[in-house]
Design a binder for this molecule. Structure first.
Ligand code: BGC
Length: 371
C-alpha cells in the first residue's frame, strides 16, 4: 500500500496499465497476471475500462474496444436470432446456449470452465458505447450490428435469472444486473444507431425493468435489494443510481440504497461486496469504493467522494498497481487461506480497479488533459 501517492502520477500509471495490455484486437484483458482471468475480456470490466479511457483522453482506445465488441456480437447475431425465436415460441433456451460472460481476446467463446451466463455485461456495453459516441460525437452506425444484437438479446431475456456481477446465484434476478440492462436498453430506446422497431422494444423492456426494480426490487427498509426478494444489499447496487440511472440521484430509494451500503459494507475506508462474501476472506474492493464515490460526487458530497478516491488510490503497491481486493478488513478471514490455495494471490493489476480510479478522478475534475 502506498500511503501518499501523487494522484496524477497514479492516474497516468492506470492509463498505462490499461493501454499497454489492450490487445491488438481491441479487447481489454481483465488481468493477464491472474491465471483464472488470463486471456479473457469481460464485457462488464471492459465497458467500465472503455468509459475511463473515453473520459481520460484516450478515445481511440475506447473506440477500438467498442469495435471489438461489435465484431464479437455481430458474429453471434444468428445465434441471438435463434434464441429469440425459441423464446417467442415459448421454449426456454438452456443457459449453455446463451451468450457467454467473457470472451478470449480474439473474440472466441473460450473453452475454460466459467460461470458463463451473465446479462449485465451486454447492458453495460450498450450504455458505454452510447456514452462514448455522445461524448466524442462519433456515429453509432460504426457499431450497428453489435447494437442490434445486444438490444435484441436483452429486450427478450432481461427477466431471465442469471449469475450476478460476481458469478453467484444463477437462480436469482439481481438488482445490479437489472440496472445495467436497464441503462443499456434505455440508451437503445432513443439510439440513432437503431431502427424504430428496436427502439420501441428497448423502451418497453426498460420501462418494465424499472417497474420491476421499484416494486419487487425494494426491501422493506426502502433500499434496492441484492436480488428480487432479498433484504441484503450488494455494493454493486450503487450503479443503479450512478451511472445507470434507474433512480435519479437524490431519490429516496437512491439515498436509502447508498446509506445501507455505507452502513453494512463500508469499513476502514473501503467497500466490501456484500456481507456474506468469503472470496479471499471478503476484503474491500477499490473499484466498489470508487463506485460509491462516483455516487457521492454526483449527489453533491464531493468531500466524501474525494476521501473514497484517496483510499482507493492508496491501495496501489509500490509499483502503482491496484488489486481486485485488499485485506486490511476481511469479513470472513477464515476463508482467506483456502482461496489463496485455490486461486493463488489476489488478481493484480485488475484493469477494472484502475479504471474506476480514473472515472472517479474525472468526476471530481481531475483529468489528464486539463493540467
Ligand atoms: C468477478 C467479476 C469480474 C471478473 C474479472 C471475477 O472474479 O467476480 O465481477 O468481472 O472477476 O475481473
Amino acid at each position: 500500500m502506498n500511503p501518499q501517492p501523487d494522484l496524477r502520477a497514479q492516474l497516468r500509471r492506470g492509463v498505462r496499465v490499461i493501454a499497454d495490455h489492450q490487445a491488438a484486437s481491441g479487447a481489454y484483458p481483465a488481468c493477464q497476471e491472474f491465471s483464472a482471468y488470463s486471456g479473457y475480456c469481460w464485457l462488464r470490466d471492459g465497458s467500465f475500462v472503455a468509459e475511463a479511457m473515453s473520459r481520460q483522453g484516450q478515445p481511440d482506445s475506447a473506440s477500438a474496444f467498442h469495435d471489438w465488441c461489435d465484431r464479437v456480437l455481430a458474429d453471434r447475431q444468428g445465434q441471438v436470432a435463434t434464441l429469440v425465436g425459441q423464446s417467442r415460441d415459448g421454449r426456454v433456451p438452456p443457459i449453455t446456449d446463451m451468450l457467454p460472460t467473457r470472451f478470449t481476446l480474439a473474440g472466441e467463446s473460450g473453452s475454460d470452465p466459467w460461470w458463463d451466463f451473465q446479462l449485465d455485461g451486454y447492458g453495460a456495453w450498450l450504455w458505454a458505447v452510447h456514452q462514448h459516441a455522445a461524448r466524442h460525437r462519433l456515429p453509432l452506425a460504426r457499431w450497428q450490428r453489435g447494437l442490434q444484437t445486444a438490444c435484441d438479446y436483452l429486450a427478450e431475456f432481461w427477466n431471465t435469472p442469471c449469475y450476478d456481477w460476481w458469478e453467484e446465484h444463477v437462480e436469482q434476478r439481481h438488482g445490479s444486473t437489472l440496472g445495467a440492462i436497464y441503462a443499456g436498453l434505455k440508451a437503445c430506446s432513443s439510439s440513432p444507431g437503431l431502427d424504430s422497431g428496436r427502439q420501441t422494444r428497448a423502451a418497453d423492456a426498460a420501462a418494465r425493468i424499472k417497474h420491476t426494480l421499484l416494486t419487487a426490487g425494494v426491501s422493506p427498509g426502502g433500499q434496492l435489494s441484492k436480488w428480487i426478494g432479498s433484504n441484503e444489499v450488494d455494493a454493486s447496487l450503487a450503479a443503479c443510481v450512478v451511472p445507470f440511472q434507474v433512480v435519479p440521484v437524490g431519490h429516496p430509494t437512491a439515498e436509502a440504497t447508498l446509506a445501507k451500503i455505507e452502513t453494512d459494507l463500508l469499513a476502514g475506508g473501503g467497500v466490501h461486496r456484500f456481507r456474506a462474501d468469503v472470496f479471499f476472506g471478503g476484503g474491500q474492493w477499490p473499484l466498489l469504493t470508487c463506485l460509491l464515490g462516483w455516487n457521492q460526487a454526483r449527489a453533491g458530497r464531493a468531500a466524501q467522494a474525494a476521501e473514497l478516491l484517496a483510499w482507493a488510490v492508496a491501495q496501489a503497491d509500490s509499483d502503482g498497481l491496484v488489486p481486485e481486493q485488499v485485506g486490511a478488513h476481511r469479513r470472513h478471514p477464515e476463508h482467506q487461506a483456502e482461496r489463496i490455495a485455490k486461486w493463488r494471490p489476489v488478481a493484480k493489476p485488475l484493469r477494472w480497479s484502475h479504471d474506476m480510479n480514473l472515472i472517479l478522478a474525472a468526476e471530481l475534475g481531475t483529468t489528464l488533459e486539463n493540467r
